[in-house]
Design a protein. Sequence first.
Length: 444
Amino acid sequence: MKVLFAGAECIPFVKTGGLADVMGALPKAIGNVDVILPAYRGILDKLNTEDVREVYVPEMDKSCDVHLYHEGSTSYYFVQQDDYYDRDTIYGQEDDGERFAFFNLVVKDFALRRKYDIVHAHDWHTGMVPYLLKGKIKTVYTIHNLAFQGLFSKDIAEFFGKDDNSFYIWDQFNFMKIGIEHADWVTTVSETYSKEIMHKDYGCGLEAILRKRRKHVIGIVNGVDYSVFNPKVDPAVKVNYDIGSYELKKTNKTLLQEELGLHQSDGMVVSVISRITEQKGFDLLIGVIDKMLKHDIQFVLLGSGQKDLEKQFKKYLINPNVSINIGYDEVLARRIYAGSDLFLMPSRFEPCGLSQLISYKYGTLPLVRKTGGLADTVKDVKDGGLGFVFEKYTRKALLEKFEEAVQEYQTNRWNKYVLKAMKLDFSFGAKAAEYRQLYKKVMK
Ligand code: ADP
């Protein structure tokens, strides 16, 4: 069975969040999967691509070059169309609708020509693919985050040379809605999220559409690629460690404190690495940070996003126990995972979340809100788990749970949790089998 993954991000080439991690890890784990993605600025300069094919898209009267690059057992195809993708940023351009309409049309052409058995499309950026391939190639559509639907003016339909009522909702063209309605199967990235999105609170307006497709929607929790995220081999980690040399985590903590200008302390290092949005619970966090800082802790933030929230965190720059790092920094991120004790994810909603899984591997215990993939992957220490879980989306609930974690940190149980957490297996291995099974079902 030949499968093509289509998506907007993929490590190690381009990443803004978890989508890229999954696009990078899952094809390798499933096997016999090719990947197609746009060639954003700078990507091709760094790669030795082998083969270039020109593809003409008649619907938009525009051409592109599709470059092939092999890494390990995976073939990557990069769609080079400099008018669309040779820009400073990946998203957030005025013509995003047009840019990704083009990408969807290229994927259709490419998949038909190369006769894939299944095209597995990811997130809104590829939402038209299931529609364009209907009756020709089977499709699976994965929702990584329902909050980003790819909403544009109805004119976008013109790029496809088609008009269909199923394109629109709220008088707008909606890529994600189209993907959900037309794919043979729809997946989300955790079981809990697949159920949550059937309801108003989490469905982002598409709950009724999802309910209609209920029999073809499943949740498969994401995994982590341990060849990438692993303190034993991670080149960003200054002193590599694993379960056998766990005490070296402490050295990384000391080095992190040094790097971030924090004083040397055995107190708990509490960290957050995240897009700064309300989804991730930053409105809760900002309300309790003063109270958190009354304990013997140091707080480290790495992230970027909503300017108003960034500004509120920047106020803490003067606090000697706080390190605020606004920006995206893959190397620093890994050093923070390695040098921290507790990782916070007080998300309002969380389709899966990868950071809590990465944290486990680096021996950093997660404190999460019970929602989506966080509910599926983190159990409270009180219930025999290896993290801290609060349920209600309130500052009070977050703070209470945080204070429990601070107390637990004082006990000799903490090290035992850490060692057990590092042993957990959230690799994509078992998940790959679930996807293969799904593909078999899709092909029937
Ligand atoms: P989402 O995809 O919603 O952003 P996930 O938890 O699924 O959240 O994945 C986030 C990924 O992006 C993790 O690998 C995390 O380490 C990484 N990440 C998030 N923000 C930053 C940042 N500012 N710098 C470096 N890595 C980041």
